[in-house]
Design a binder for this molecule. Structure first.
Ligand code: UDP
Length: 241
């Protein structure tokens, strides 16, 4: 029987991971594929929390480049993550996976507020918990949210699903044909070499709290399960090696 390597995981999905080719909006076939993959790992008994981004709808930085107040633009980004979270919840419940959305910005008609102990209880009861609205604070990212929530719920690992690359490379493989993929790295290397895995706030939080991160591609259906059962895919990042 296939067994999982982890007891509890945080799956980080960027907004783009839910969109089609153009990177905008929500593509039903893709979100259904994600939901099926989550079902596969939930059936292994893994407790699954998900942090969803919002870049397929809105990014605060773009708004601020247009002259908007940065904090306002960031709040719009956080609201975008709520839309993605509800879409994902809908898709997962269609597959029969009990799911709760908790948001860091209160909107009680739409989702539960984020309450750490309640989130842990849901996970223990094998409900998938989707953390929406990022950290609830402007100037942060959903990568940092994944790091923060992983520390809070004591997850064993963050699985960072990418839709355009299958791990961390020495340089951008789309631009540099000599780029090679790392099998493993330390957070210090990520920070020192400026590798574009996640922002430095998120990397520091993972490093300080000793949370491993596996970067892998979600484009191939079945990869989330491969990541969970410990098949050799993607790039694993740990504390100092
Ligand atoms: N955001 C924020 N605080 C947070 C998380 C997200 O202000 O704690 C905003 C920020 O504007 C960001 C947007 O929400 O650009 C969408 O999140 P992110 O860019 O992390 O999404 P992803 O790139 O993963 O799709």
């Amino acid at each position: 029987m296939t067994t999982a390597n982890y007891r509890r995981i945080v799956l980080k999905l960027s907004g783009e991971a839910l969109s089609g080719e153009d990177g905008y909006g929500i593509e039903p076939s893709i979100i259904q594929s994600v939901a099926r993959q989550v079902k596969d790992i939930a059936e292994l008994g893994v407790e699954v929390a998900i942090v969803v981004g919002g870049g397929n709808i809105w990014r605060g930085k773009v708004g601020s480049e247009m002259g908007m107040d940065r904090a306002n633009a960031d709040y719009m980004g956080m609201l975008a993550t709520v839309m993605n979270s509800l879409a994902l919840q809908d898709s997962m419940e269609n597959q029969g996976i009990p799911t709760r959305v908790q948001t860091s910005i209160e909107m009680r008609q739409v989702a539960e507020p984020y309450i750490r102990r309640k989130a842990i209880r849901h996970l223990e009861k094998k409900r998938v918990v989707i953390f929406a609205a990022g950290t609830g604070n402007p100037y942060f990212s959903t990568d940092t949210t994944a790091a923060l929530r992983a520390a809070e719920v004591e997850a064993d690992v963050i699985l960072m699903a990418k839709n355009n690359v299958d791990g961390v490379y020495t340089s951008d493989p789309k631009v540099d044909k000599y780029a090679t993929k790392y099998d493993q790295l330390s957070y210090m290397e990520i920070l020192n070499e400026g590798l574009g895995v996640m922002d430095s706030t998120a990397s520091s939080l993972c490093m300080d709290n000793n949370i491993p991160l596996l970067v892998f591609s979600i484009s191939e259906e079945g990869n989330i399960k491969k990541a969970v059962v410990g098949e050799n895919i993607g790039t694993i990042i740990r504390g100092n090696q």
